[in-house]
Design a protein around this ligand. Structure first.
Ligand code: AHR
Length: 492
């Protein structure tokens, strides 16, 4: 029995709903098939965007959606993706599978998708192979309210009113696919491009600079020193690979207990990354005005057998649910610095919420975690104290539990608990201070199969079930958690 203390009176900061944001790239079947089927498709759609996917995503409330990449962003020329479809040039998507990109899904389609989802757009601009002028004109096209060459072109293309655009990324992974730059060089380029990312009319842009790849602390230091005053956010990318090797990352299903353990151990590395990058940012920005934007995170496995290696299509199991829960709990802990996070990617790519096959669609275990955790959108973080038991594998060990608690916008106290152990259950006992709770109830995602997942033929193999933590005679609440589980409780 593990006693835990929830200090409900001690609020420690707001967990931005934007931590629950998403990423969609022109990669594999994310945009085409995942969202865009075209207006003439037999798959029910609204102006070419499939209805079933939108409906499922509306249920988990997508705060912000990032687009068009990723690596694709620094090769994307936005003017190719507006105007009549038949006049839009075709290009080769060299990063992702070498397939043809017909540019049918462009600025208007993306911003319409955001409207349908009720999400705010986050656009990544092309710094790697585009010009300052091109970036300036894109922002003018989208946001200028009045007479101007770009605003007039937007109107000719069917959109009279400007869109509201808050989040704009000035390049992506410019240390790698976005131009292989040194941090000093990128910092100068960032400032040059960002100068022309203007606030037109009353639109206010939150500018996001390309940040480090996992533990590249030098990148963060140089960017904050040289350009910190010119940015609102700095990105961070970190993916969980079960083996840690890009050549053979490990499979999404059929893995053993060691791969389970290693995946979760490597996920917990996010804690060190957030702490160390935040400490560097604190040095230059002690008031924490610049947000750390974790705009790519999640699992990255070997692709599903028989699929295009450039499409990054992978299954999603109970293990991914744990990865999601652990990361979200860590983002909560660092909510004073982490202002947004975007899991990669929303449909059919990497750690997706949704998989599609023709007209069929299935929601993944990761989707269910985002659903369970909705109570944490804009909630106030409160501390939880407990002695975390060790979860051992061979000579390696990690904490068995990942826990987070917050007061929701509904005024209720919510508690998320992930039990990482593949073999051991856990029993928690708690008496929240200052509150007269009589019971805790919520939902849990678990299975006795570590790679339990949903398929098109069995779409409900893994889904949440009800969970109760009743009050015992001494007044405390008791919660039994099976191995390999993610639970979210509300204290009533
Ligand atoms: O999410 C897939 C790719 O991973 C993105 O395009 C890139 O930014 C990262 O390397």
């Amino acid at each position: 029995m593990i006693p835990i203390k929830i200090k409900a009176g001690n609020r420690q900061g707001r967990i931005s709903r934007n931590i629950y944001s998403h990423f969609s790239e022109h990669l594999g079947r994310c945009i085409y098939e995942g969202f865009w089927v075209g207006k003439d498709s037999p798959i029910p759609n609204t102006e070419g965007i499939r209805n079933d996917v939108v409906e499922a995503l509306r249920k988990i409330k997508v705060p912000v959606l990032r687009w068009p990449g990723g690596c694709f962003a620094d090769e994307y020329h936005w003017k190719d993706g507006v105007g009549p479809y038949e006049q839009r040039p075709r290009m080769i998507n060299t990063h992702w599978g070498g397939v043809e990109e017909n540019n049918h899904f462009g600025t208007h389609e993306f911003l319409r998708l955001c409207e349908l989802l009720g999400a705010e757009p986050y656009i990544s601009g092309n710094l790697g192979s585009g010009t300052v002028h091109e970036m300036q004109q894109w922002v003018e096209y989208m946001t200028f309210d009045g007479e101007s060459p770009m605003a007039n072109w937007r109107k000719e293309n069917g959109r009279a009113a400007p869109w509201k655009l808050t989040y704009f990324g000035v390049g992506n992974e410019n240390w790698g696919c976005g131009g292989n730059m040194r941090p000093q060089y990128y910092a100068d380029e960032y400032k040059r491009y960002a100068t022309y990312v203007r606030n037109y009319s009353d639109n206010q842009i939150y500018k996001i600079a390309c940040g480090p790849n996992d533990s590249n602390y030098e990148w963060t230091d140089v960017l904050m020193r040289e350009a910190g005053r010119h940015m609102n956010g700095l990105s961070l990318h970190y993916y969980t690979l079960p083996t840690g090797e890009w050549k053979d990352k490990g499979d999404a299903t059929g893995f053993d207990e060691e791969a389970w353990f290693e995946t979760l151990r490597r996920t917990l590395y996010m804690e060190e990354l957030l702490t160390k990058h935040s400490a560097i940012m604190d040095k230059y920005d002690p008031e924490r005005k610049v947000g750390l934007i974790v705009d790519e995170w999640g699992t990255w496995y070997n692709v599903e057998p028989g699929t295009n290696p450039g499409f990054l299509y992978q299954q999603n199991t109970l293990r991914d649910a744990l990865v999601a829960g652990i990361n979200l709990n860590l983002f909560h802990d660092h909510c004073e610095r982490v202002q947004m996070a975007n899991i990669a990617q929303i449909v059919n790519v990497l750690q997706a919420m949704i998989l599609t096959e023709g007209e069929r669609m299935v929601v993944t275990p990761t989707y269910h975690v985002f659903d369970l955790y909705q109570v944490f959108h804009d909630a106030e973080l409160v501390p939880v104290e407990f002695d975390n038991p060790s979860y051992r594998f061979g000579d390696r060990k990690i904490g068995q539990l990942s826990v987070s608690s917050a007061i929701g916008t509904d005024g209720k106290l919510h508690l998320a608990v992930c039990n990482l152990s593949h073999s051991d259950g856990s029993e928690l006992v708690f008496s929240p201070e200052g509150y007269d709770w009589t019971r805790a109830s919520g939902r849990i995602l678990t299975s006795d199969k570590l790679d339990a997942h949903n398929t098109f033929d069995a779409p409900e193999t893994l889904k949440p079930s009800a969970l109760e933590a009743p009050r015992s005679e001494d007044g405390s609440l008791r919660l039994s958690l099976p191995p390999a589980s993610v639970a979210v409780l509300t204290l009533i």
